[in-house]
Design a protein. Sequence first.
Length: 87
Amino acid sequence: MNAQESINGVPVTDGQIAAWVTEAEIGYDVEKLKKRGRGRPGRGAEPSQVVAVRFTVEELSVIDARAEREGKTRSEVIREALTISAA
């Protein structure tokens, strides 16, 4: 084992490697591995697309104030406004 091998700056020991090997040999629950964990949740069945939009400081202040007032995210407020405007 190379003494410089590390994960996030923490050295990896031979004991850790042996434990990982044992775990892999036992096998993994594929369904459990497929379950979504950390990260941004999806918004629907289809992939969403990120679109860059520029706002002034004043516009963002208004959006953020509304989001805070309504207990929503900035993105939710913007999506709602676009939905209403496009209707």
